[in-house]
Design a protein around this ligand. Structure first.
Ligand code: ZN
Length: 315
């Protein structure tokens, strides 16, 4: 068991459970299995609802709903992992000492541009939405879409409805124009669940400084990602390089707005030294050595806790 508490804003555990039948508890090959999360000290985990977007929107919706079902039936377990849908539930989970589990949609292809489907997902406990994965859908262009367009009319309607309901907007995977549009449209909570700093390593999946500054100005949050190809040159990157991204965000004034979104069980290139959730234990020790306990604790979990308490509906 780690000496430190950790919050992580992005794992693809539910996708692995759905596609491969992986188990969350017990003897599990998942990089973010319950045992590995606990060994790493993780006390807050956002579970992504991800499906491959190259399917029909109906099929995507069916799979998203299957992942929601897996979350409530195979991940939520009284006293071990408790679902968090409000600030009040988060405080209750803290009192119980359980792991706080939250749901966030990664890619809005399943919504078919309809705010009504967004409301249904909200009612099922989904509290964050990333509009796209890497390519375009009915809502916006993703970061790998050559056209590089921003939000569609449907995307704007969905973003406005998210702010009204009390869902956070996740900028990860969105095109630059999409991020700019989304930030113009909403005054609701904004974060980037798993992305690094583009000024440190050039990749369209990483955030330009102007977006990081805007996240900081709005008291949003960004989670640095451990996918090696977003950290540095893919064959050379290691856990040490995460500090370069972290230092950059801190230099931009992000002391209260940065943390981690590992992408465990989703990353194509696991990062040496941070390849599964149990690695958080040693990484947290290194953070304390480098930044001192107070700042390290903010980065490890307090910043995300603050963001959640402000972003989530009160009850
Ligand atoms: Zn992702």
């Amino acid at each position: 068991m780690s000496a430190h508490r950790v919050a992580d804003a992005h794992v693809d555990v539910l996708w692995r459970m759905l596609e491969e039948g992986a188990a969350f508890y017990g003897d599990s090959e998942l990089r973010a299995s319950y045992d590995r999360l606990r060994r790493g000290g993780v006390g807050t985990q956002v579970f992504a609802l991800f499906v491959m977007p190259n399917r029909s929107s109906t099929e995507q919706l069916e799979k998203v709903l299957a992942c929601v079902d897996l979350f409530y039936r195979r991940v939520v377990s009284d006293g071990l992992v408790m679902p968090v849908r409000s600030a009040e539930e988060l405080r209750q989970v803290r009192a119980r000492g359980a792991l706080a589990g939250l749901l966030s949609l990664e890619g809005g292809g399943c919504l078919r541009g309809q705010p009504s489907l967004l409301r249904v997902l909200f009612d099922l406990g989904v509290r964050g939405v990333g509009l796209t994965w890497n390519h375009a859908n009915e809502l916006a262009d993703g970061c790998r879409e050559p056209r590089g367009a921003g939000l569609t009319d449907a995307g704007r309607r969905v973003v406005r409805e998210m702010a009204r309901l009390g869902m956070w907007l996740d900028l990860a995977h969105l095109s630059d124009a999409g991020m700019a549009d989304a930030l113009r449209v909403t005054d609701g909570p904004v974060m980037a669940s798993h992305a690094n700093a583009r000024a440190v390593f050039e990749d369209g999946r990483n955030l330009p400084d102007e977006v990081i500054r805007e996240i900081i100005a709005r008291r949003g949050w960004m989670g640095l990602v451990f996918e090696a190809s977003f950290v540095g040159p893919v064959t050379e990157a290691s856990a040490q390089d995460v500090f370069r991204h972290l230092d950059h965000v801190l230099n931009l004034g992000g002391e209260d707005c940065v943390g981690f979104g590992s992408d465990f069980d989703g990353a194509s290139h696991p990062l040496p030294g941070l390849s599964d959730a149990s690695d958080y234990a040693a990484f947290a020790d290194a953070l304390v050595d480098r930044y001192g306990r107070d700042l390290a604790e903010k980065i490890l979990w307090k910043n995300f806790e603050r963001f959640l308490l402000e972003a989530l509906p009160e009850r």
